[in-house]
Ligand binder design. Structure first.
Ligand code: A3P
Length: 272
């Protein structure tokens, strides 16, 4: 490959690497993998395989945009490139850095009920530890300290959506950020994906027949040119049981922050 004059890298078959036009910024455990896979159904979209962590990891960021570009997939010139790194949403230095790269970039943010997201976050860490043959405290002893919600538990902070959203709105207008309802994407992905398509001004192409419910998995899976596939087993795992009284405390904990978020974005969500 050779550098072209627009800062992109071109390949003999007519494809080239381009800096992302679209970013899926989070939230962690919101359904970011499902979203990027479903978006990839569209022929005008080229998605990076891995989470690049360019804007949030110092060692990556210092390598500069040429390195970031080198992480992008080879795409046709008329395709839009998308990357997803769920940690971007909750990293306060990231919005400014993205804005410096491209003020017009389109941002996708997929959110889930904050309590559900915490349980999913716990489950993720639990399995990561299990893989390393390490133990993890039971969910309830992470969530509760001295009979109250344990504010020191980091996963709670990641579910305080308004706190993070405020940082983004300092650099990007609401019109640049499309929020995908992650609970709806689980329940019925097609309508959510049509909204994404519209936001990105893509030619309508994603079809109801691209999705089918897989009873064994308990989630929708994808049908792409006749090929059927579900997301990895690590997506859609059972969450630990939490005593109803503690769950209730969690819902209460998020009630005010959720209200603040709804006001910030001028939209409400069906969160408990
Ligand atoms: P759980 O595993 O806790 O259920 P992320 O990709 O951002 O890590 O998000 C993972 C979450 O995506 C899963 O969390 C799951 O609920 C959700 N998800 C949404 N649509 C899905 C689908 N079609 N198949 C599997 N998981 C899906």
């Amino acid at each position: 490959s050779s550098p072209a004059d627009n800062g992109t890298t071109s390949h003999p078959n007519g494809t080239l690497q381009q800096l992302p036009h679209i970013l899926i910024i989070g939230v962690r455990k919101g359904g970011t993998r499902a979203l990027i896979e479903m978006l990839s159904l569209h022929s005008s979209v080229a998605a990076a395989q891995n989470e690049v962590h360019f804007f949030d990891w110092e060692s990556h960021f210092q390598r500069g945009l040429p390195w970031y570009l080198s992480q992008m997939p080879y795409a046709f010139p008329d395709q839009l490139t998308v990357e997803k790194t769920p940690a971007y949403f909750t990293s306060s230095k990231v919005p400014k850095r993205i804005h410096q790269m491209n003020t017009d970039i389109k941002l996708l943010l997929i959110l889930r009920d904050p309590t559900e997201r915490v349980l999913s976050d716990y489950t993720q860490v639990f399995y990561n530890r299990l893989q390393k043959h390490k133990r993890y405290q039971p969910i309830e002893s992470v969530l509760v300290k001295d009979g109250e919600i344990n504010l020191g538990y980091k996963a709670l902070n990641r579910s305080l959506y308004y706190v993070h959203m405020q940082n983004w709105l300092q650099y990007f207008p609401l019109e640049s950020i499309h929020i995908v309802d992650g609970d709806e994407l689980i329940r019925d992905p097609f309508p959510e994906m049509k909204k994404v398509e519209r936001f990105l001004k893509l030619e309508p192409q994603i079809n109801a027949s691209n999705f089918y419910f897989n009873k064994t998995k308990g989630f929708y899976c994808l049908r792409d040119h006749g090929r059927e596939r579900c997301l990895h087993d690590s997506k859609g795992r059972a969450h630990p049981h939490v005593a109803p009284a503690i769950l209730q405390k969690l819902y209460q904990f998020f009630h005010e922050p959720n209200k603040k978020f709804f006001e910030l974005v001028g939209r409400t969500f069906n969160w408990k």
